[in-house]
Design a binder for this molecule. Structure first.
Ligand SMILES: NC(=O)c1ccc[n+]([C@@H]2O[C@H](COP(=O)([O-])OP(=O)(O)OC[C@H]3O[C@@H](n4cnc5c(N)ncnc54)[C@H](OP(=O)(O)O)[C@@H]3O)[C@@H](O)[C@H]2O)c1
Length: 245
């Protein structure tokens, strides 16, 4: 089987490994492989694949830009998948539809992306994950000011990206048949604590930054935490960090 993965990046590589580990062939589609999801023909790009995992990403603080990107990505991928009769698996974020967090543009856009996916097909599999262990690294790359790394204050229950990738690959291969899947890691922590542990080797000094408004308060007070019904997937952060070293 061939599984298309739209969106390269950190998650794309992990998903490709998980697909390969299950004996299927990954096909990475993003601008660096010649496919722009907002402008190119998604039907032509997906012909020959058996399923598609959508993991495109754009980091922006501009809500309109985020909405255009995420809704546009899923309009293209979802419509093409429906036309070709492919299973469509969408990677999303736990809590992105919570009303008090909509002031954060990426969450408003991810919630709209989910609605677009559902409007196109009731069968789309939406996998919502909490923040990844790798998110601390992504944040350190995005918000560095000299030796300082600015770390948004947030309580989270993070998960290893490889665990997320395994669930996405299983869903794409039809080994999971639910339409809504919510996954998280085993332990609660803060992005600051994770950043401190990750950057211990002198790779930057993490400084906590409270984000403004209702969503900032929500991030600090646990509104990013999963529902009690979320599936818990290991490893825990300490084990992951140790294996990484
Ligand atoms: N980070 C987390 O903790 C977390 C948690 C839960 C869910 N998520 C979600 O997971 C998804 C993927 O996140 P990520 O961190 O892997 O993102 P990422 O590292 O920023 O990668 C996203 C990829 O999307 C591709 N892309 C961007 N614009 C594109 C376009 N116009 N056409 C085709 N491809 C395009 C880029 O590859 P090219 O440059 O090659 O185009 C980029 O590498 C996002 O939707 C995010 O919201 C993230």
């Amino acid at each position: 089987m061939t599984i298309a993965i739209v969106g390269g990046g950190r998650s794309g590589a992990a998903i490709a490994r998980a697909v390969q580990a299950r004996g299927a062939e990954p096909r990475l589609l993003s601008r660096s492989t010649g496919f722009d999801v907002l402008h190119d023909d998604a039907v032509a790009a997906l012909v020959g694949s058996d399923a598609v995992i959508e993991a495109t990403g754009l980091f922006t603080l501009n809500t309109r830009k985020a909405l255009r990107f995420y809704a546009g990505s899923t309009t293209a991928v979802g419509t093409a998948a429906a036309r070709l009769g492919l299973r469509h698996v969408l990677l999303s974020i736990v809590g992105c539809d919570r009303s008090d967090l909509q002031g954060y543009g990426i969450f408003a856009a991810k919630a709209e992306q989910e609605r677009v996916a559902r409007r196109i097909s009731a069968d789309t599999v939406i996998v919502r994950s909490t923040q990844w262990f790798e998110f601390a690294q992504q944040n350190a790359e995005r918000f560095r000011a000299g030796p300082l790394v600015l770390v948004p204050a947030m309580r989270i229950q993070p998960i290893a990206l490889d665990a997320v990738a395994a669930v996405l690959a299983d869903a794409a291969l039809g080994r999971r048949t639910e339409r809504d899947i919510q996954i998280t890691g085993p332990d609660r922590t803060t992005l600051l604590a994770m950043s401190r542990a990750l950057l211990r080797s002198g790779n930057g000094h993490p400084v906590p930054v409270p984000l403004p408004g209702r969503y900032g308060s929500g991030f600090r007070t646990g509104r990013l935490l999963p529902d009690p019904s979320a599936e818990v997937h290991g490893p825990d952060f300490r084990t992951w960090l140790h294996a990484r070293a």
